[in-house]
Design a protein around this ligand. Sequence first.
Ligand SMILES: Nc1ncnc2c1ncn2[C@@H]1O[C@H](COP(=O)(O)OP(=O)(O)OP(=O)(O)O)[C@@H](O)[C@H]1O
Ligand SMILES: [Mg+2]
Length: 349
Amino acid sequence: MLFSVVPKEKRKDLFNYTQEYNHLIKNIKDKKTPITVITGLRRTGKTSLMKVAYNQTRTKKIYLDARELGKNMNEVSRNILIELTKDDYLSRILGRISAVEISHFPVSLKIELTKNEKRLLDVLSQAGEITIFIDEVQKLKSIGFDNFISYVYDNLPNVKFILSGSEIGLLDKFLGRESSKTALYGRAIDIIHLHPLTEEKSVEFLERGFKEIGRKFEKEKLKEVVYRLDGIIGWLTMFGWFVSKKNTVDRATNNVLIEGGKLVKKEFETFLSNRYQAKKRYTLVMKIISQEPALWSEIKEYLERKEKKRINDKQITKYLDNLIDYGFIVKKDRKYMIADPVMISVFKR
Ligand SMILES: Nc1ncnc2c1ncn2[C@@H]1O[C@H](COP(=O)(O)OP(=O)(O)OP(=O)(O)O)[C@@H](O)[C@H]1O
Ligand SMILES: [Mg+2]
Protein backbone atom coordinates (compact mmCIF):
# COMPACT_ATOMS: atom_id res chain seq x y z
CA MET A 1 0.00 0.00 0.00
CA LEU A 2 1.58 3.25 -1.15
CA PHE A 3 -0.40 5.28 1.38
CA SER A 4 0.60 3.25 4.40
CA VAL A 5 2.25 5.67 6.83
CA VAL A 6 4.91 3.41 8.32
CA PRO A 7 8.25 3.08 6.52
CA LYS A 8 7.92 0.79 3.53
CA GLU A 9 9.29 -2.75 3.71
CA LYS A 10 8.41 -4.23 0.33
CA ARG A 11 9.81 -3.45 -3.08
CA LYS A 12 6.34 -3.11 -4.59
CA ASP A 13 5.47 -0.35 -2.09
CA LEU A 14 8.57 1.69 -2.86
CA PHE A 15 7.59 4.36 -5.35
CA ASN A 16 10.23 5.83 -7.67
CA TYR A 17 13.86 6.03 -6.45
CA THR A 18 14.73 3.06 -8.69
CA GLN A 19 18.16 4.38 -9.46
CA GLU A 20 18.90 4.93 -5.77
CA TYR A 21 17.55 1.50 -4.93
CA ASN A 22 19.66 -0.22 -7.60
CA HIS A 23 22.68 1.75 -6.45
CA LEU A 24 22.18 0.54 -2.89
CA ILE A 25 21.67 -3.09 -3.92
CA LYS A 26 24.81 -2.90 -6.07
CA ASN A 27 26.80 -1.56 -3.12
CA ILE A 28 25.53 -4.33 -0.86
CA LYS A 29 26.76 -6.92 -3.34
CA ASP A 30 29.96 -5.16 -4.28
CA LYS A 31 32.93 -6.04 -2.09
CA LYS A 32 34.65 -2.72 -2.68
CA THR A 33 32.13 -0.43 -0.97
CA PRO A 34 32.44 -0.85 2.80
CA ILE A 35 30.27 2.13 3.79
CA THR A 36 27.19 3.48 2.06
CA VAL A 37 25.18 6.34 3.49
CA ILE A 38 21.64 7.33 2.58
CA THR A 39 21.02 11.03 3.10
CA GLY A 40 18.19 13.43 2.36
CA LEU A 41 15.81 15.86 3.98
CA ARG A 42 13.46 14.64 6.66
CA ARG A 43 10.71 12.33 5.41
CA THR A 44 12.14 11.80 1.96
CA GLY A 45 12.12 8.00 2.40
CA LYS A 46 15.56 7.09 3.75
CA THR A 47 14.35 4.49 6.24
CA SER A 48 11.99 3.01 3.64
CA LEU A 49 14.77 2.63 1.08
CA MET A 50 17.00 1.03 3.66
CA LYS A 51 14.34 -1.41 4.89
CA VAL A 52 13.29 -2.49 1.42
CA ALA A 53 16.93 -3.10 0.44
CA TYR A 54 17.48 -4.96 3.71
CA ASN A 55 14.54 -7.25 3.03
CA GLN A 56 15.79 -7.92 -0.50
CA THR A 57 19.31 -8.79 0.63
CA ARG A 58 20.21 -12.44 0.71
CA THR A 59 23.61 -12.23 2.40
CA LYS A 60 24.03 -12.22 6.17
CA LYS A 61 22.65 -8.99 7.60
CA ILE A 62 21.31 -7.18 10.62
CA TYR A 63 19.13 -4.09 10.88
CA LEU A 64 19.58 -1.71 13.80
CA ASP A 65 17.86 1.46 14.91
CA ALA A 66 20.44 3.48 16.81
CA ARG A 67 17.76 5.06 19.00
CA GLU A 68 17.19 1.71 20.64
CA LEU A 69 20.74 0.45 21.05
CA GLY A 70 21.86 1.83 24.39
CA LYS A 71 23.77 4.57 26.11
CA ASN A 72 27.35 3.40 26.03
CA MET A 73 29.61 1.31 23.86
CA ASN A 74 29.37 -1.78 26.03
CA GLU A 75 25.58 -1.74 26.03
CA VAL A 76 25.39 -1.01 22.31
CA SER A 77 27.83 -3.84 21.55
CA ARG A 78 25.81 -6.21 23.67
CA ASN A 79 22.62 -5.32 21.86
CA ILE A 80 24.26 -5.74 18.49
CA LEU A 81 25.54 -9.15 19.63
CA ILE A 82 22.00 -10.11 20.61
CA GLU A 83 20.82 -9.17 17.12
CA LEU A 84 23.67 -11.06 15.50
CA THR A 85 23.06 -14.21 17.44
CA LYS A 86 19.52 -14.47 16.14
CA ASP A 87 21.37 -16.03 13.23
CA ASP A 88 22.17 -19.68 14.06
CA TYR A 89 25.53 -19.65 12.40
CA LEU A 90 26.69 -16.52 14.23
CA SER A 91 25.24 -17.80 17.46
CA ARG A 92 27.50 -20.86 17.21
CA ILE A 93 30.50 -18.61 16.62
CA LEU A 94 29.68 -16.60 19.73
CA GLY A 95 29.32 -19.80 21.75
CA ARG A 96 32.82 -20.84 20.73
CA ILE A 97 34.27 -17.42 21.51
CA SER A 98 32.72 -17.13 24.95
CA ALA A 99 34.11 -20.53 25.79
CA VAL A 100 37.65 -19.59 24.91
CA GLU A 101 37.92 -16.04 26.35
CA ILE A 102 38.19 -13.33 24.01
CA SER A 103 40.06 -11.31 21.63
CA HIS A 104 43.22 -11.68 19.80
CA PHE A 105 42.56 -8.23 18.39
CA PRO A 106 45.36 -5.73 18.74
CA VAL A 107 44.04 -3.01 20.97
CA SER A 108 43.98 -0.03 18.73
CA LEU A 109 45.69 3.10 19.93
CA LYS A 110 42.61 5.07 19.15
CA ILE A 111 40.04 3.05 21.00
CA GLU A 112 39.90 1.17 24.19
CA LEU A 113 37.69 -1.83 23.73
CA THR A 114 35.07 -2.89 26.23
CA LYS A 115 34.45 -6.58 26.83
CA ASN A 116 31.37 -6.75 24.67
CA GLU A 117 33.11 -4.76 21.97
CA LYS A 118 35.90 -7.31 21.82
CA ARG A 119 33.39 -10.07 21.67
CA LEU A 120 31.49 -8.26 18.93
CA LEU A 121 34.65 -7.77 16.90
CA ASP A 122 35.48 -11.44 17.32
CA VAL A 123 32.09 -12.53 16.05
CA LEU A 124 32.23 -10.08 13.17
CA SER A 125 35.72 -11.21 12.21
CA GLN A 126 34.46 -14.75 11.80
CA ALA A 127 31.06 -13.95 10.38
CA GLY A 128 31.99 -14.04 6.70
CA GLU A 129 30.37 -11.46 4.42
CA ILE A 130 27.92 -9.49 6.52
CA THR A 131 26.03 -6.21 6.05
CA ILE A 132 25.07 -4.06 9.02
CA PHE A 133 22.26 -1.57 8.45
CA ILE A 134 22.03 1.24 11.03
CA ASP A 135 19.35 3.91 10.93
CA GLU A 136 19.73 7.19 12.88
CA VAL A 137 23.42 6.36 13.29
CA GLN A 138 24.35 9.98 14.15
CA LYS A 139 22.87 9.31 17.59
CA LEU A 140 25.86 7.08 18.31
CA LYS A 141 28.46 9.79 17.82
CA SER A 142 28.54 10.72 21.50
CA ILE A 143 29.56 7.20 22.52
CA GLY A 144 32.29 7.00 19.90
CA PHE A 145 30.65 4.52 17.56
CA ASP A 146 32.37 6.27 14.65
CA ASN A 147 35.63 4.96 16.13
CA PHE A 148 34.20 1.48 16.16
CA ILE A 149 33.12 1.70 12.51
CA SER A 150 36.47 3.06 11.44
CA TYR A 151 38.19 0.22 13.32
CA VAL A 152 36.03 -2.33 11.52
CA TYR A 153 36.64 -0.53 8.22
CA ASP A 154 40.38 -0.81 8.70
CA ASN A 155 40.48 -4.37 10.01
CA LEU A 156 37.48 -6.37 8.84
CA PRO A 157 36.96 -6.21 5.09
CA ASN A 158 34.12 -8.75 5.32
CA VAL A 159 31.88 -6.25 7.13
CA LYS A 160 29.82 -3.68 5.27
CA PHE A 161 27.79 -0.80 6.68
CA ILE A 162 24.65 0.82 5.30
CA LEU A 163 23.94 3.95 7.34
CA SER A 164 21.29 6.62 7.48
CA GLY A 165 19.79 9.27 9.72
CA SER A 166 17.35 12.14 9.78
CA GLU A 167 19.64 14.78 11.27
CA ILE A 168 21.55 15.50 8.14
CA GLY A 169 24.30 17.76 9.48
CA LEU A 170 24.99 15.53 12.46
CA LEU A 171 25.21 12.60 10.09
CA ASP A 172 27.83 14.53 8.13
CA LYS A 173 29.74 15.12 11.34
CA PHE A 174 29.49 11.46 12.29
CA LEU A 175 30.96 10.57 8.92
CA GLY A 176 33.80 13.01 9.41
CA ARG A 177 33.02 14.81 6.21
CA GLU A 178 34.04 18.14 7.66
CA SER A 179 36.90 17.61 10.03
CA SER A 180 40.12 15.68 9.68
CA LYS A 181 40.08 15.08 13.42
CA THR A 182 37.16 12.66 13.25
CA ALA A 183 37.40 8.90 13.16
CA LEU A 184 35.87 8.30 9.77
CA TYR A 185 37.58 11.19 8.01
CA GLY A 186 39.03 10.19 4.66
CA ARG A 187 37.37 6.76 4.55
CA ALA A 188 35.71 5.86 1.26
CA ILE A 189 32.05 6.50 1.85
CA ASP A 190 29.49 6.24 -0.93
CA ILE A 191 26.58 8.63 -0.54
CA ILE A 192 23.11 8.02 -1.92
CA HIS A 193 21.07 11.20 -1.70
CA LEU A 194 17.29 11.17 -1.82
CA HIS A 195 15.77 14.27 -3.40
CA PRO A 196 12.14 15.26 -2.98
CA LEU A 197 9.92 14.16 -5.86
CA THR A 198 9.41 16.50 -8.81
CA GLU A 199 5.92 17.89 -9.32
CA GLU A 200 5.25 15.38 -12.07
CA LYS A 201 6.42 12.43 -9.97
CA SER A 202 4.46 13.68 -6.96
CA VAL A 203 1.25 13.71 -8.98
CA GLU A 204 2.06 10.25 -10.36
CA PHE A 205 2.62 8.97 -6.81
CA LEU A 206 -0.77 10.26 -5.74
CA GLU A 207 -2.48 8.81 -8.82
CA ARG A 208 -0.89 5.41 -8.24
CA GLY A 209 -1.78 5.44 -4.55
CA PHE A 210 -5.38 6.38 -5.28
CA LYS A 211 -5.64 3.70 -7.95
CA GLU A 212 -4.70 1.14 -5.30
CA ILE A 213 -7.62 2.19 -3.13
CA GLY A 214 -10.04 2.58 -6.01
CA ARG A 215 -10.17 6.38 -6.14
CA LYS A 216 -9.49 8.85 -8.89
CA PHE A 217 -9.09 12.63 -8.91
CA GLU A 218 -8.55 15.28 -11.57
CA LYS A 219 -4.88 15.91 -12.29
CA GLU A 220 -5.39 19.61 -11.67
CA LYS A 221 -6.75 18.90 -8.20
CA LEU A 222 -3.71 16.77 -7.37
CA LYS A 223 -1.39 19.46 -8.70
CA GLU A 224 -2.93 21.86 -6.21
CA VAL A 225 -2.17 19.44 -3.41
CA VAL A 226 1.42 19.09 -4.57
CA TYR A 227 1.66 22.87 -4.80
CA ARG A 228 0.79 23.04 -1.10
CA LEU A 229 2.68 19.99 0.19
CA ASP A 230 5.58 19.84 -2.26
CA GLY A 231 7.42 16.67 -3.23
CA ILE A 232 8.23 15.30 0.21
CA ILE A 233 6.97 11.76 -0.06
CA GLY A 234 6.21 11.46 3.66
CA TRP A 235 3.67 14.28 3.51
CA LEU A 236 2.15 13.05 0.26
CA THR A 237 1.74 9.62 1.85
CA MET A 238 0.05 11.16 4.89
CA PHE A 239 -2.25 13.13 2.57
CA GLY A 240 -3.27 9.94 0.73
CA TRP A 241 -3.81 8.20 4.03
CA PHE A 242 -6.19 10.96 5.19
CA VAL A 243 -8.18 10.70 1.95
CA SER A 244 -8.36 6.92 2.41
CA LYS A 245 -9.89 7.68 5.83
CA LYS A 246 -12.76 9.53 4.14
CA ASN A 247 -11.42 13.09 4.22
CA THR A 248 -12.05 15.37 1.26
CA VAL A 249 -8.96 16.45 -0.66
CA ASP A 250 -8.98 19.91 0.93
CA ARG A 251 -9.51 18.56 4.37
CA ALA A 252 -6.78 15.95 3.95
CA THR A 253 -4.34 18.65 2.81
CA ASN A 254 -5.17 20.77 5.83
CA ASN A 255 -4.86 17.76 8.08
CA VAL A 256 -1.32 17.14 6.85
CA LEU A 257 -0.46 20.72 7.77
CA ILE A 258 -2.08 20.27 11.19
CA GLU A 259 -1.10 16.72 12.14
CA GLY A 260 2.22 16.84 10.31
CA GLY A 261 2.74 20.22 11.93
CA LYS A 262 2.31 18.65 15.36
CA LEU A 263 4.97 16.11 14.50
CA VAL A 264 7.37 18.80 13.33
CA LYS A 265 6.67 20.85 16.44
CA LYS A 266 7.45 17.90 18.65
CA GLU A 267 10.74 17.30 16.85
CA PHE A 268 11.61 20.96 17.26
CA GLU A 269 10.73 20.90 20.95
CA THR A 270 12.99 17.90 21.46
CA PHE A 271 15.74 19.88 19.76
CA LEU A 272 15.06 22.83 22.09
CA SER A 273 14.77 20.77 25.24
CA ASN A 274 18.46 20.92 26.07
CA ARG A 275 18.98 24.39 24.68
CA TYR A 276 17.00 26.17 27.27
CA GLN A 277 18.67 29.55 27.14
CA ALA A 278 18.57 29.99 23.41
CA LYS A 279 15.06 28.61 23.02
CA LYS A 280 13.51 31.91 22.16
CA ARG A 281 16.22 32.81 19.67
CA TYR A 282 15.94 29.52 17.80
CA THR A 283 12.20 30.00 17.53
CA LEU A 284 12.66 33.56 16.28
CA VAL A 285 15.12 32.36 13.63
CA MET A 286 12.58 29.81 12.43
CA LYS A 287 9.90 32.49 12.42
CA ILE A 288 11.75 34.95 10.28
CA ILE A 289 12.90 32.44 7.68
CA SER A 290 9.45 30.89 7.51
CA GLN A 291 8.35 34.23 6.01
CA GLU A 292 11.02 34.07 3.32
CA PRO A 293 14.63 32.93 2.88
CA ALA A 294 17.00 35.30 4.68
CA LEU A 295 20.68 36.22 4.70
CA TRP A 296 22.82 35.77 7.82
CA SER A 297 22.91 39.54 8.31
CA GLU A 298 19.12 39.82 8.03
CA ILE A 299 18.66 37.15 10.66
CA LYS A 300 21.10 38.85 12.99
CA GLU A 301 19.41 42.19 12.51
CA TYR A 302 15.99 40.67 13.21
CA LEU A 303 17.13 38.95 16.41
CA GLU A 304 18.82 42.10 17.66
CA ARG A 305 15.78 44.19 16.90
CA LYS A 306 13.58 41.75 18.82
CA GLU A 307 15.89 41.65 21.82
CA LYS A 308 16.89 45.27 21.63
CA LYS A 309 20.51 44.36 22.19
CA ARG A 310 23.58 43.23 20.28
CA ILE A 311 24.19 39.52 19.82
CA ASN A 312 27.61 38.05 19.24
CA ASP A 313 28.26 37.00 15.58
CA LYS A 314 29.51 33.61 16.67
CA GLN A 315 26.26 32.94 18.49
CA ILE A 316 24.22 33.66 15.39
CA THR A 317 26.36 31.32 13.32
CA LYS A 318 26.06 28.64 15.98
CA TYR A 319 22.27 28.83 15.96
CA LEU A 320 22.11 28.55 12.20
CA ASP A 321 24.64 25.71 12.04
CA ASN A 322 22.74 23.77 14.68
CA LEU A 323 19.46 24.21 12.85
CA ILE A 324 21.10 22.92 9.68
CA ASP A 325 22.69 20.01 11.56
CA TYR A 326 19.34 18.85 12.83
CA GLY A 327 17.72 19.19 9.42
CA PHE A 328 15.33 22.02 10.23
CA ILE A 329 16.72 24.52 7.77
CA VAL A 330 18.93 24.51 4.69
CA LYS A 331 21.31 27.04 3.21
CA LYS A 332 21.01 27.86 -0.45
CA ASP A 333 22.73 30.66 -2.34
CA ARG A 334 23.87 32.33 0.89
CA LYS A 335 20.30 32.35 2.19
CA TYR A 336 18.87 30.30 5.02
CA MET A 337 15.49 28.74 4.37
CA ILE A 338 13.00 26.10 5.40
CA ALA A 339 12.58 23.49 2.70
CA ASP A 340 9.51 21.80 4.14
CA PRO A 341 6.08 23.43 3.60
CA VAL A 342 4.65 21.78 6.73
CA MET A 343 7.44 23.22 8.81
CA ILE A 344 6.92 26.61 7.19
CA SER A 345 3.25 26.51 8.13
CA VAL A 346 4.13 25.71 11.76
CA PHE A 347 6.35 28.75 12.20
CA LYS A 348 4.45 31.16 10.02
CA ARG A 349 1.38 31.00 12.26
N1 LIG B 1 9.61 5.45 -1.99
C1 LIG B 1 8.51 5.49 -1.24
N2 LIG B 1 7.33 5.04 -1.74
C2 LIG B 1 6.22 5.11 -1.00
N3 LIG B 1 6.15 5.64 0.22
C3 LIG B 1 7.28 6.11 0.76
C4 LIG B 1 8.50 6.04 0.06
N4 LIG B 1 9.45 6.57 0.83
C5 LIG B 1 8.85 6.96 1.97
N5 LIG B 1 7.55 6.68 1.94
C6 LIG B 1 6.59 7.01 3.02
O1 LIG B 1 6.93 8.31 3.50
C7 LIG B 1 6.97 8.37 4.92
C8 LIG B 1 8.36 8.72 5.42
O2 LIG B 1 9.23 7.67 5.05
P1 LIG B 1 10.54 7.28 5.86
O3 LIG B 1 10.25 7.16 7.30
O4 LIG B 1 11.14 6.13 5.14
O5 LIG B 1 11.41 8.59 5.58
P2 LIG B 1 12.75 9.07 6.29
O6 LIG B 1 13.50 9.86 5.27
O7 LIG B 1 13.43 7.94 6.93
O8 LIG B 1 12.17 10.06 7.41
P3 LIG B 1 12.98 10.67 8.66
O9 LIG B 1 13.83 11.76 8.07
O10 LIG B 1 11.90 11.22 9.55
O11 LIG B 1 13.75 9.57 9.28
C9 LIG B 1 6.44 7.02 5.38
O12 LIG B 1 5.07 7.13 5.57
C10 LIG B 1 6.72 6.08 4.21
O13 LIG B 1 5.77 5.04 4.13
MG1 LIG C 1 14.01 7.64 8.91
